[in-house]
Write a protein that binds this ligand. Structure first.
Ligand code: SAH
Length: 222
């Protein structure tokens, strides 16, 4: 099924991937994954003309599909290996989940907005992508399927919750945008052992907020 969609605009994807290389993305697996996933699949038809602009675009319920550069940068930081078990917090459109899956990972993803959950679940099924998707508050992780090699948080949060660190294997990584509601620093945590970890900080980004027990309290009616 994905093959049918691949006929959509392959030249535009090649150009996007070349631009991402110029912007510093070097991981071949990540670049190859972005080459393979048509971004139109996740967008309203009125936005198809902008599908390969390197920018975040609106999806339903005031949420966004992340900028391709951001998806590539975060996935590259995760340094995924074949068979790694990955948890994504904030499924949204499902674009990042499919990129993770193509980077040889076993993917679990969690979304709090029921309509987005159902939409992404149907999309994964239609494309025959074996991604495990759950509905709920991912700010406390997804302990049922722990431990993970990598956790990626695709919404902004005030700090990295201890609950997430505890769900990592030793040497596992969390990549998350940490900051206030206006701006976040991309942060990478590596768990060394029971309670030791290292943190590195990367560039600034702007994400929609992670809403939940260990995220922000915002009453957005969803
Ligand atoms: N990875 C997505 C980015 C979507 S934007 C993509 O590629 O399209 C962030 C998503 O996080 C939104 O869909 C939002 O509803 C979801 N979200 C916010 N707080 C959450 C929480 N506590 N648990 C799970 N999902 C959450």
């Amino acid at each position: 099924m994905l093959n049918d969609f691949l006929r959509l605009n392959p030249e535009a994807r090649e150009k996007l991937v070349k631009d991402l290389e110029k912007k510093g993305i070097f991981d071949k697996n990540v670049l190859n994954a972005l080459l393979q996933v048509p971004r139109e699949l996740f967008l309203d038809p009125s936005l198809f003309v902008r599908a390969y602009d390197d920018m975040a675009l609106p999806i339903e319920f005031n949420q966004t599909i992340s900028q391709p550069y951001t998806v590539a940068f975060m996935t590259q930081l995760l340094e995924l290996k074949q068979g790694d078990r990955v948890l994504e917090i904030g499924t949204g459109s499902g674009y990042q989940s499919m990129i993770l899956k193509l980077c040889s990972a076993e993917v679990f993803t969690i979304e709090r907005i029921s309509q987005l959950y159902h939409k992404s679940k149907s999309l994964f099924e239609m494309l025959n992508f074996n991604i495990h998707i759950e509905l709920g508050d991912g700010s406390v992780g997804l302990p049922e399927f722990m431990p993970y090699d990598a956790i990626i948080v695709t919404a902004g949060l005030p700090s990295i919750p201890n609950e997430l660190v505890k769900q990592l294997k030793f040497n596992g990584k969390i990549v998350a945008p940490v900051g206030d509601l206006k701006s976040q620093t991309m942060t990478k945590l590596i768990r060394i052992d029971d309670d030791k970890f290292t943190i590195t900080e990367h560039s600034k980004f702007r994400f929609v907020p992670l809403i939940g027990d260990k995220g922000w309290y915002i009453d957005d009616q969803n």
